[in-house]
Write a protein that binds this ligand. Structure first.
Ligand code: CA
Length: 235
């Protein structure tokens, strides 16, 4: 038996994760795997407690099961979190529930993992997301102007006609990519590789969901063209 005191002193150099999952078997599996991968894992079994824990602990990332008991399901927790924070969120969805995945991404989740999943895949995705959100700003770049939109990659800030636009981390990265490559048409796969990274396993519709969000938030000032049979081009 491990002394419980040892658990808290275990290495967690990769950061703290709050896991909100009511299925104790799945939670335990994720917990073991992520601790082993060097994360500190804190657990909640419903949405309300999850939100409290996140507020209290300010973790580096949140894993949210969609189907949770109580007042708040995972999507509602996601929506609540996005009102105040850009913290990376990974949602866990059932195999057949494409709608949940799309809604989750629209609500600002950074990624999703479909149950059943290999813990190794989940850990890989989490590391990829944390690498991206940690990415040091590249000095001497930008800010980039797209019409009335200014994308400041150093401050990670977007303004439209001088007003700050709230974007999720992934929306920001996608917009920054477009801003840095005005006039070039990209396929969805190229955008996935450039913005989500080559370790990302999701499907191309994820790009469409994020594009839709950018269009919604930036309106007609965002000169993004759908290039039929190819993908998207800014300007
Ligand atoms: Ca569940």
């Amino acid at each position: 038996m491990t002394n419980p005191a040892d658990k808290t002193s275990m290495r967690h150099e990769h950061g703290t994760i709050v896991l909100v999952e009511d299925d104790i078997h799945i939670a335990e599996l994720i917990d073991i795997y992520l601790r082993d991968a060097g994360f500190r894992v804190l657990q909640a079994t419903d949405g309300e407690r999850g939100l409290e824990l996140i507020k209290l602990q300010q973790p580096d990332l949140v894993i949210l099961d969609i189907g949770l008991p109580g007042e708040l399901d995972g999507l509602e927790v996601c929506r609540e979190l996005r009102k105040t924070t850009e913290i990376p969120i990974v949602i866990l969805t059932a195999r057949d529930d494409e709608i949940d995945r799309i809604i989750g991404l629209e609500l600002g989740a950074d990624d999703y993992v479909t149950k059943p999943f290999a813990p190794r895949e989940l850990a890989a995705r989490i590391k990829a997301i944390l690498r991206r959100s940690d990415r040091k700003p590249r000095t001497g770049e930008g800010p980039f102007h797209i019409g009335n939109i200014v994308v400041d990659v150093v401050r990670r800030e977007v303004t439209l006609n001088g007003d700050i636009v709230q974007l999720t981390a992934r929306e920001f990265d996608l917009l920054a990519h477009f801003a840095e490559h005005v006039g070039i048409a990209y396929t969805r796969q190229q955008l996935l590789d450039a913005v989500w990274g080559s370790g990302w396993y999701g499907d191309e519709r994820t790009v469409d969901v994020h594009v839709r969000q950018l269009r919604r938030k930036l309106g007609d000032d965002f000169p993004l063209t759908t290039v039929w049979g190819v993908g998207y081009r800014c300007g």
